[in-house]
Design a protein around this ligand. Structure first.
Ligand code: PLP
Length: 454
């Protein structure tokens, strides 16, 4: 009864993010009530392996007592303070230091926000601010990529290169452009090698920069692996070619490590796995294992210096959130980073990631599977109607979403992306045995849908 009342209240009072609100009226909510390791339990006691770690974020699973204790300690000691106008506090200071020390390239400073979207908005504002400070007010355009995901605030949604984030929102805003997506499986031409495709992507970026006038292009944003755009790994040599173009035209690289950061790809940062040397790095999600909302923007000395000087000239760096470096969130993030070290999270990603990649690749010959990809503890299976031509199913058949619905029935939460891509991004603490259980449950779902469509 309680559960039905809650369901009714959900249907009566909520607006769900990223939800077909009409379909929700009949489908109703999956109400989670508790978590344990890599699993969550619904209000009827059914368990689900969280194959997406929530939203690619709950890296330490759903029941880490040390994070709850860190939050409680900080709540009791100093539940709130801020870092505006020369104020400070220990968790904020120590987290800045930890992140700067852990950065994949020499970084000078850290700035905190509450979400990945805000971190990317902050990066854009910093770029505009410093280019004004450096006396080049025309150098403001930002290039992101088709199928990128950088968030949903007005500026970060503009960076995002997915139609649903623009349509009827009157986005993107001016001066944000989208270059080619690096999806070799979908965008590679017949006979084109992966390396040649990567070079073509860089050539297309260069052509865009030249068409726009290099003096007007300020920065390029990239996720090391595109997440919500369909778990797209960079083709071989991609970032090498892209960074050569950026360097040639004095364009900053912003690495959006919101998904890849803190071990997801097998190294601490996706930038290390794929050879990015960012000028600005944004991170969130696994920074606190998602137990508290917190994100960060790391900047090099070259970015920090003009920002510092300009704030001196104007009288303030006029940007900051009430909850920038919230002490409870910062304390939880510090504890999260300590746990990653103590429990050798990268070691676990190596072992369980190998198992995940092996299980994913075992579907390569499946009649519905066009492409399997991934690294570390992130991966995807792309379902197609025609393996030879890569021909997709009609979107109206909703093959990917149907697999995900069946998977939920079988007890694993996954996510379907546009183009019938089923994504996997489990908590980084998952064991090889749990990977097997997750993939066994997925197999049941895939076979059920295969029987329907073949
Ligand atoms: N950047 C990337 C790569 C993401 O995957 C996300 C969220 O999924 C964001 C930014 C936006 O983060 P948030 O939802 O915390 O605003």
């Amino acid at each position: 009864m309680v559960s039905n009342a809650l369901r009714d209240a959900d249907l009566s009072y909520t607006i769900h993010p990223y939800t077909n609100l009409v379909a929700h009226e009949t489908k109703g909510p999956l109400i989670a009530v508790r978590g344990e390791g890599v699993r969550v339990f619904d209000d009827k006691g059914k368990d689900y392996i969280e194959g997406m770690a929530g939203l690619w974020c709950a890296s330490l699973g759903f029941s880490e007592p040390r994070l709850a204790a860190a939050a409680a300690r900080q709540m009791a000691e100093l539940p709130f303070f801020h870092m505006f106008s020369h104020k400070s506090h220990e968790p904020g200071i120590r987290l800045s230091e930890e992140l700067v020390k852990r950065a994949p390239v020499p970084m000078a400073r850290a700035f905190f926000c509450n979400s990945g979207s805000e971190a990317n908005d902050t990066a854009i504002k910093m770029i505009w601010y410093i280019n004004n400070a450096l006396g080049r007010p025309q150098k403001k355009k930002i290039i992101a990529r088709k199928r990128a995901y950088h968030g949903v605030t007005v500026a970060s949604a503009s960076l995002t290169g997915l139609p649903a984030n623009h349509r009827d929102f009157d986005l993107p805003i001016a001066n944000i452009l989208h270059t080619s997506s690096p999806d070799y499986y979908r965008e590679g031409k017949p006979g084109e090698s992966e390396e040649a495709f990567a070079k073509r992507c860089a050539d297309e970026l260069e052509a865009m920069i030249l068409a726009e006038d290099p003096n007007t292009v300020a920065a390029f944003f990239a996720e090391p692996i595109m997440g919500a755009g369909g778990v797209v790994l960079p083709p071989k040599g991609y970032f090498e070619h892209i960074q050569a173009v950026l360097k040639k035209y004095d364009i900053l690289l912003v690495a959006d490590e919101v998904i890849c950061g803190f071990g997801r790809t097998g190294q601490y940062w996706g930038s290390q796995t794929f050879g990015l040397k960012p000028d600005i790095l944004t991170c969130a999600k696994a920074l606190s294992s998602a137990y508290m909302p917190i994100s960060a923007v790391l900047v090099t000395e070259e970015v920090y210096k003009p920002l510092r000087d300009n704030s001196g000239k104007i009288g303030t760096f006029g940007h900051g959130y009430t909850y920038s470096a919230h002490p409870v969130a910062a304390a939880v993030a510090l504890e999260t980073l300590a746990i990653y070290d103590e429990r050798d999270i990268l070691g676990n990603v190596a072992v369980s990631g190998a198992r995940l990649q092996e299980r994913l690749r075992s579907f390569a010959d499946h009649p519905l599977v066009g492409n399997v990809r991934g690294i570390g503890l992130i991966g995807a299976i792309e379902l197609v109607a025609d393996k030879a031509t890569h021909g997709a199913f009609p979107a109206s058949d909703a093959v990917g979403p149907r697999v995900v619905t069946k998977a939920e029935e079988a007890g694993v939460i996954l996510r379907a992306m546009a183009g019938d891509v089923v994504a996997f991004s489990p908590p980084l603490i998952i064991t090889p045995e749990e990977v097997d259980q997750m993939m066994d449950r997925f197999t049941v779902a895939l076979e059920a849908v295969t029987a329907e469509v073949l």
